[in-house]
Design a protein around this ligand. Structure first.
Ligand code: SF4
Length: 106
């Protein structure tokens, strides 16, 4: 599946007919705790289990890159609405790099 994921880093266009993972109900935001346990970064995962590394382990992507991930097809895709509008909005609100969040105070 990983080979099917493409990026459009140098292309500003929205690709109609493509499936954008960010617009899929299975695309989930998860915290990734740093080794010190004091802070975390945001990652996204495919809850349908479609993102795998070569050796079979689950693959996660950085949150701020998720709008770049699209496929020609996916048999588990369940859209959450109009993809073009959603991706445009998402691109405008995503940070440009990883953000580090402190652990909530107890
Ligand atoms: S189910 Fe398919 S379209 Fe949805 S997030 Fe996973 S890989 Fe992307």
């Amino acid at each position: 599946m990983d080979e099917m994921l493409e990026t459009f880093e140098n292309n500003e266009e929205f690709y109609s007919g493509k499936i954008y993972c960010a617009n899929c109900i299975h695309c989930k935001l998860v915290p990734f705790w740093q080794e010190n346990g004091q802070s975390y970064v945001l990652r996204v995962r495919c809850a349908a289990g479609k993102w795998k590394k070569k050796l079979g382990k689950e693959k996660y992507y950085k949150y701020f890159t998720i709008f770049r991930r699209y496929l020609d097809e996916c048999d588990a895709y369940e859209d959450m609405g109009d993809a073009k509008e959603f991706i445009r909005e998402l691109r405008s609100i995503l940070p440009g790099k990883d953000e580090i969040f402190p652990a909530p105070e107890e």
